[in-house]
Design a protein around this ligand. Structure first.
Ligand code: CP3
Length: 353
């Protein structure tokens, strides 16, 4: 841990802060000209695998935006490669897993001792920590077992998750074994990130919203709870993020994550109430709002902060990652608006005491 007293880490623990910390998922990405410039010379995977470059991309984005935390530049799918499933990015289709897992036979290629091969990610974290010291907290991350398994089985993104659900329903033992194997690798991977100085770990369950509550509870919650318990063992707070997940929130809360991500489909106060205000929450502006005129963005951000109502444990973010072509100016203005308006709101309350 490099920044245990930062407002971001304090908010993750549900402690009071003088302003609401703000950062953005995908804050380093194609919407930013500095990133596009680096991408002219290096592929996405090359950036991930060169710690100096990954650190540079992370640092440039966080400093340009003036946010309160930096997520390490990496990709969710990197652990697949060290488990024996190579993948590449196709310009038209996004990630493509070359030999998806569909049967007990395919499953045999999977290994669970490869986490040390991902050390380039911890090295990039260490380089960011060296650059910032205690000035800015660094977020490490990994995929949740469901979302990573969905890529392994579908072979890429999916609309209806038919192959994943088929395997889950028809071969429940194989499914559970797959999640267990993922957890072995992921627990070791995030432990290395924390050793390198990550202050918080975010677990991305981006596609969990395709599940019914019944299926989530039966096929996904037990192993997710195990992974989150393992991450908490490292001593840093854990953010558990999903999208389209309003109906799943009470069950997601049973993972005991310190922070739960809310997407924009639920008003922040209602989402928090569904969690009984037990964990901190992160969110939840619609990423597409950043394409609107600044006045509209500002009004909607103000509304989210008003709904949080100065309750400790709110981290401002979007409900999902920043999209390509997002106007950078709006993102910068949003970060400083959140910092200023939330500080004013805290002072106003302090003044009436
Ligand atoms: O700034 C940050 O948020 C850190 C970097 C980061 C990337 N990927 C870099 C990246 C993070 C946190 C991720 C996580 C990730 N990767 C997720 C979970 C987050 C989410 O959005 O739900 C997922 C599902 C992936 C898998 C993945 N990687 C997809 C679906 C894509 C998009 C493919 C496309 O062409 O749009 C990627 C590519 C990717 N990973 C980019 C970036 C910046 C796109 C830009 C590029 O090609 O350089």
């Amino acid at each position: 841990m490099s920044s245990p007293n930062s407002i971001f880490v304090r908010a993750c623990k549900g402690l009071p802060t003088d302003s609401t910390p703000v950062w953005f998922m995908r804050q380093a990405g194609r919407y930013m000209s500095e990133y596009r410039e680096v991408r002219k010379h290096h592929s996405l995977i090359e950036i991930c695998k060169k710690p100096a470059l990954a650190a540079e991309v992370t640092i440039t984005a966080a400093e340009a935006l003036g946010v309160d935390a930096a997520i390490i530049f990496a990709d969710l799918l990197l652990p697949l490669e060290v488990m024996g499933l190579p993948f590449h990015f196709s310009a038209s289709e996004g990630p493509v897993i070359e030999k998806p897992i569909r049967s007990a036979e395919d499953f045999k290629v999977l290994t669970t001792n490869g986490a040390p091969e991902l050390r380039y990610v911890s090295e990039a974290i260490a380089a960011c920590v060296k650059h910032w010291g205690s000035k800015l907290p660094v977020i490490g991350f990994c995929g949740a077992p469901f979302t990573l398994a969905s890529y392994m089985i579908e072979g890429g993104g999916s609309r209806n998750y038919i192959e994943v659900k088929k395997l889950m329903y028809n071969q429940p033992q194989l499914w559970d074994e797959l999640l267990r194997k993922l957890n072995v690798v992921l627990a070791a991977y995030v432990a290395d990130q924390v050793k390198a100085g990550a202050d918080v770990i975010q677990v991305f369950d981006s596609w969990v919203g395709c599940l019914s509550v019944e299926d989530y509870r039966k096929y996904v919650l037990p192993r997710t709870r195990e992974l989150i318990a393992a991450v908490k063992q490292t001593g840093v707070p854990v953010i558990y993020f999903g999208t389209d997940s309003t109906t799943l929130l009470p069950s997601m809360n049973e993972t005991a994550a310190d922070v739960i991500g809310l997407d924009w489909r639920v008003p922040l106060d209602e989402g928090w109430k569904l969690l009984n205000h037990r964990p901190a929450v992160q969110g939840n502006l619609d990423p597409v709002l950043l394409f609107a005129e600044w006045d509209e963005v500002k009004q909607r951000a103000r509304n989210i902060l008003d709904l949080a109502d100065n309750r400790p444990g709110h981290i401002f973010n979007l409900g999902h990652g920043i999209l390509p072509k997002t106007p950078v100016e709006n993102v910068k203005k949003l970060a400083s608006f959140v910092q200023e308006y939330s500080a004013q709101r805290r002072q106003a309350v302090a003044g009436t005491r």
